[in-house]
Write a protein that binds this ligand. Structure first.
Ligand SMILES: Cc1cc2nc3c(=O)[nH]c(=O)nc-3n(C[C@H](O)[C@H](O)[C@H](O)COP(=O)(O)O)c2cc1C
Length: 183
């Protein structure tokens, strides 16, 4: 008999769907046992404004995963488009402490490293976590926010890094739209 819980979505279909989901690129960091850890992550989103909290989905096989659990804290550094090299370093081009050779890093009250050139760094206390498949969904309450440098967000869409482009006022509107919105 067919298992009703079994997914009818193939891995290929899922990957194709996710390529359509454009996301901001972040480096999620933590410090534990005298060491710094971090990885590039797009699976980050706002959870609630009251209390200020965010979600981050982190693969359980990563070194940063253990550091978040151990320190009960993490920091989300939202990257600017100029920091695409850093996103590469933190997604496998470098490993361990070598990743922190890229960029200037500060230490926040949680102990987690904050990137001086990030658009913003959200320092979080871990309040809840839930394992699901290969990943853990971490819920963090934001304890402090640092605004690093002004700029535009680095995005990841359709399997590549991308930049935000404002839809300039004055350009012809797509069918069904009655005005442009400034971003
Ligand atoms: C654009 C992009 C987004 C990523 N998003 C995530 C993510 O949200 N969660 C995650 O666990 N890994 C994500 N990864 C993969 C990790 O960055 C990568 O596996 C990293 O090397 C893991 O750290 P480790 O080498 O210390 O295990 C992403 C990679 C890229 C290039």
């Amino acid at each position: 008999m067919e298992d009703p819980a079994a997914s009818r979505v193939t891995a290929e279909q899922f990957r194709r769907g996710m390529r359509c989901l454009a996301g901001a690129v972040n480096v999620v960091t933590a410090a534990f046992d005298g060491h710094r850890f971090g990885l590039t992550a797009t699976a980050v989103c706002s959870a609630t404004a009251e209390p200020p909290s965010i979600l981050a989905c982190i693969n359980r096989a990563t070194a940063t995963h253990g550091a978040i659990l151990g320190s009960r804290a993490f920091c989300v550094n939202v990257l600017r488009v100029e920091d695409a090299d850093l996103a590469n370093a933190f997604s496998g081009k470098q490993s361990g402490e070598l990743r922190f050779r890229s960029g200037e890093w500060l230490r926040l009250s949680s102990g987690a490293p904050a990137l001086a050139s990030a658009l913003t760094s959200l320092d979080c206390r871990l309040v809840q976590h839930m394992d699901h498949g290969t990943h853990t969904i971490f819920l963090g309450e934001v304890q402090s926010i640092v605004f690093g440098r002004e700029g535009r967000a680095l995005l990841y869409a359709n399997g590549q890094y991308a930049r935000l482009a404002s839809l300039a006022q004055g350009e012809p509107l797509p069918e069904g739209f009655d005005r442009w919105v400034d971003v």
